[in-house]
Design a protein around this ligand. Structure first.
Ligand SMILES: *[C@@H]1O[C@H](CO)[C@@H](O)[C@H](O)[C@H]1NC(C)=O
Ligand SMILES: *[C@@H]1O[C@H](CO)[C@@H](O)[C@H](O)[C@H]1NC(C)=O
Ligand SMILES: *[C@@H]1O[C@H](CO)[C@@H](O)[C@H](O)[C@H]1NC(C)=O
Ligand SMILES: *[C@@H]1O[C@H](CO)[C@@H](O)[C@H](O)[C@H]1NC(C)=O
Length: 309
């Protein structure tokens, strides 16, 4: 009869080991490292951006992709190369391979800049970014509802078509201007706010260019402008959630399914931060462990008692 007890002993030992393990697991909550920050080429991808699902803010999900160490920005009008991310000024600069610059005018290519409507609260070309629409047809919605010379075309941040016409790229192109009374101008510069979407198909334009002004100083000429699109981004709640999360050693992310903010705390996720829920979860865990331990002991006692009958 006694040898049955020894057969059962490994079970008792296993139970004790299991309960001890669960106590150790709950009390040792290691400080989590930022598992969401990454690098693509020489660009740091950090909150609110991420190249991984569940990391960063959900408003920027499925936006950046690292392809062969080149960071790409993907929206409904296409994919653009990311030149830089300015976390201090909350802006990123992107470049469209098919946009015109000062040296080269591109026609019949390029998609402009169109955002999915759900991204509008999070992303918007900066107010000091100018779009220069090239070769738009007279029937373009751009020129409808603007009788006479009151066209929507205007300078943005000191940049506009009058200056852009001085570029080398225009040497072989006619610089038709609205003031000549011969239809729409060959180039029409607008800020993004004026038309909300640079859809070349819808606007019936042949091409476009975009330039931005980062420095407050006035730049001498169009050959000195920075060509690309400067996109301002907005984090809802002004980072409050993420700051609280990071202050408690967490990494900011979101629920991949429900989309809400999540604080990634190593081996568990919190909807607030790694401290507030930890105490509850820890005490819950401890109670559970103690109960487990008592259950284990009870079972062991039962087994011993029964085998010694
Ligand atoms: C990244 O490298 C490119 C050249 O490869 C350079 O032009 C650019 O300024 C660098 N960007 C940063 C943020 O260091
Ligand atoms: C926490 O959330 C992240 C992002 O949604 C997910 O990848 C991870 O599996 C979650 N971890 C746990 C322990 O639920
Ligand atoms: C641009 O406009 C055209 C015509 O209105 C439309 O079919 C197309 O889907 C639009 N493109 C984007 C990226 O929204
Ligand atoms: C745009 O700026 C240029 C040069 O600064 C100026 O000559 C031109 O009149 C301006 N155009 C408009 C539409 O304000």
């Amino acid at each position: 009869m006694t040898h049955t007890f020894f057969l059962q002993a490994p079970l008792t030992v296993t139970l004790i080991i299991l309960t001890t393990q669960s106590i150790v697991q709950v009390s040792a909550n290691p400080p989590s490292i930022n598992s969401c920050r990454s690098y693509c080429g020489n660009i740091t991808v950090d909150y609110p951006f991420s190249t991984r699902p569940g990391c960063g803010h959900s408003g920027f999900r499925d936006l950046l992709f690292c392809v062969n160490e080149v960071l790409m920005f993907h929206i409904s009008s296409g994919s653009y190369r990311v030149l830089s991310i300015d976390y201090a000024y909350e802006a990123l600069t992107i470049h469209d391979h098919d946009m015109s610059t000062c040296d080269t005018l591109v026609r019949g290519k390029g998609n402009g800049f169109v955002l999915e409507s759900w991204r509008v609260p999070y992303l918007m070309p900066a107010p000091d970014n100018v779009f220069m629409l090239i070769g738009c047809r007279a029937e373009s919605p751009l020129f409808q509802g603007f009788p006479g010379k009151h066209l929507p075309c205007r300078n943005v941040s000191g940049m506009g078509c009058d200056e852009y016409y001085k570029c080398n790229g225009w040497d072989t192109w006619p610089k038709r201007d609205a003031s000549y009374g011969m239809g729409p101008p060959e180039c029409c510069s607008v800020g993004f706010g004026a038309i909300r979407a640079i859809n070349l198909t819808r606007l019936q334009c042949a091409g476009y260019s975009s330039a931005y002004n980062v420095a407050p100083l006035r730049i001498s000429g169009p050959s000195q402008w920075s060509y690309g699109i400067r996109v301002a981004y907005t984090v809802p709640g002004d980072y409050a959630f993420c700051r609280a999360c990071e202050a408690t050693g967490g990494t900011c992310g979101y629920d991949n399914v429900a989309g809400g903010d999540l604080c990634l705390c190593g081996d568990w996720n919190s909807t607030s931060n790694c401290d507030s829920d930890r105490s509850i979860s820890e005490s819950r865990g401890l109670i559970l462990s103690v109960c487990e331990m008592w259950t284990g002991m009870f079972l062991a006692c039962m087994v011993a008692w029964m085998t010694l009958q």
